[in-house]
Design a protein around this ligand. Structure first.
Ligand SMILES: [Zn+2]
Length: 101
């Protein structure tokens, strides 16, 4: 998985194509990511107490990892990620501008 929680990504498919948002959740088993403000779904909430009204809340639904591309914080473009070994640690770098992500 090259995308991590907190990354800035751009939606490539679906109704929110072209939008960017922060990754809220990554599921490595199902290869799905949840992006802030993207792929929103309406959830109808029932009233919990008497006299209270039910409401419609918007919650972001997960999307397949292939539907998003990471946005480099340095060059602000969508980019592929390359890994570079820096001493003992592996560093993610932008394939376009070589900045560490
Ligand atoms: Zn870059």
């Amino acid at each position: 998985m090259h995308i991590r929680k907190g990354d800035n990504v751009k939606m490539l498919a679906g109704k929110d194509r072209g939008k960017t948002g922060k990754v809220l959740h990554v599921d490595t088993k199902t290869l799905r990511v949840t992006v802030e403000g993207c792929n929103m779904a309406k959830r109808h909430m029932r009233p919990k107490k008497q006299g209270e009204k039910g409401e419609i809340v918007l919650i972001p639904r997960s999307t397949n990892i292939s539907n998003v591309a990471i946005v480099c914080g340095n060059c602000k473009k969508t980019a592929r990620i390359q890994y570079r070994v820096d001493g003992k640690s592996k560093v993610r770098v932008c394939a376009k501008c070589d900045a560490a992500l």
